[in-house]
Design a protein around this ligand. Structure first.
Ligand SMILES: *Cc1c(COP(=O)(O)O)cnc(C)c1O
Length: 392
């Protein structure tokens, strides 16, 4: 039968899927729209074409969680939301940029990718490289990355090189290696990373139906604040939002080059993901803060750890210390009267605030254990245990 001629008696339509006993598989609920990852969702905004192989772990679509505790702390009818980027496939926002960077590397026929990392970039790069079937090489500052992140890079099969130097020196080495050899650098100086990471801002606007008044983010190498601002601006230029947010960035006090206006040779903070003294996206971060009438400030490790415990104990959200810098910053602003003095007058209701929680708490279990009292073992006697719990 010629395929062009319709058959006289069409056969009954066949269901698309069958289970093994031959019956039709249940149809997916029309309410459940399958998520297809950030490249397919935001394709018109990204540097991909029909020729780009899409390497994805279905990253993005992370929860935007309303925070009652933080809204109350800010007061004045503020609404605070937490964008929980720790819920990405490898546990940090880095996946948003990595899906684009690795897809473009594969399109360019790269056989290996390389990065310097405080941990999460290497975790993400190695996972996406594994999925793409390309080699990954990571340079990490020895002894300065959280155990969870190191285990990710290793289990995904990355070639991990621990360098006796800090992150900034590792990045300089990685740049030189990528210049001398045919391997793709996937640090955030790779513009495809920034392109992918801007989808975080798109998701926030899509979920809220507008941009927040204030977007608060931790700042390390400064790629993320740069990317978010780019995302908001693109949505604004295309008429998807009518106002732009104020961008607030927070660095750790001992690693605050953008606040101090100079390179920090020996950055120090317990928040390893932002322990960076010479941010690659320095200019991008300054532009984001200036153009949005925002600012970049510092918080102490003590403030970071307080926010870290508060999020976990009072809000049920477990993040890594670097992520808590955003919330530490919010609390510091609230305590200084920032919202009553300056912001309230500009917004009719209370301000709408989004804190970007960049990475998952399970990345750094050692820090969690150090931040709490670990229980002493007790004999298995009912009365002893009841007493320990505080039951009579
Ligand atoms: C990478 C990272 C940061 C810092 O982001 P930059 O783009 O380097 O400013 C903050 N928190 C976590 C968890 C990260 O992985």
């Amino acid at each position: 039968m010629s395929p062009s001629r319709p058959s006289a008696r069409p056969s009954p339509p066949r269901p698309a899927f069958h289970d093994r006993r031959g019956g039709p598989a249940p149809r997916p609920s029309p309410l459940l729209k399958p998520w297809r990852g950030v490249i397919e969702t935001y394709r018109p905004y990204l540097p991909v074409s029909s020729k780009t192989p899409v390497i994805t772990l279905l990253e993005g679509n992370t929860p935007l969680i309303p925070s009652r505790v933080l809204s109350r702390r800010v007061g004045g009818r503020a609404e605070v939301y937490l964008k929980y980027e720790g819920m990405n496939p490898t546990g940090s926002f880095k996946d948003r940029g990595m899906t684009v960077a690795i897809s473009k590397a594969v399109e360019a026929k790269s056989v290996a990718v390389l990065c310097a990392s405080t941990g999460n970039t290497s975790a993400s790069a190695s996972a996406y490289a594994a999925r793409a079937g390309v080699r990954s090489i990571v340079l990490i500052p020895s002894g300065a990355i959280a155990l969870g992140k190191l285990s990710q890079a290793l289990i995904h099969g990355a070639r991990v090189v621990a360098v006796e130097a800090n992150f900034d020196a590792c990045l300089a080495l990685a740049k030189s290696l990528a210049q001398l050899h045919p391997i793709t650098l996937v640090n955030s100086i790779n513009p495809h990373r920034i392109e992918g990471q801007k989808t975080c801002a798109f998701e926030i606007c899509d979920a809220l139906g507008r941009a927040p008044d204030i977007n608060i983010t931790p700042v390390g190498n400064a790629g993320n604040i740069t990317a978010q601002w780019k995302g908001y601006r693109e949505y604004y230029d295309r008429g998807r939002i009518r106002r732009l947010p104020l961008m607030a960035g927070f660095q750790a006090e001992g690693a605050a080059p953008l606040v101090k206006g100079k390179i920090i040779t020996h950055p120090r903070t317990i928040a390893t993901a932002i322990r960076i003294g010479h941010p690659a996206s320095w200019q991008g971060a300054l532009a984001a803060s200036e153009e949005s009438h925002g600012f970049i400030r510092a918080v102490s490790d003590r403030q970071i750890l307080q926010a870290y415990r508060l999020l976990a104990a009072e809000e049920g959200v477990f993040v890594e210390p670097a992520s808590a810098a955003a919330v530490a910053g919010l609390l510091a602003l609230a305590e200084s009267g920032y919202f009553t003095q300056r912001v309230r007058s500009r917004h009719r209701g209370g301000p709408l605030i989004v804190c970007i929680l960049t990475g998952h708490g399970l990345k750094d279990p050692e820090r969690a254990i150090k931040s709490i009292r670990v229980p002493r073992p007790l004999p298995p006697a009912l009365s002893t245990i009841a007493k320990a719990i505080g039951l009579k």
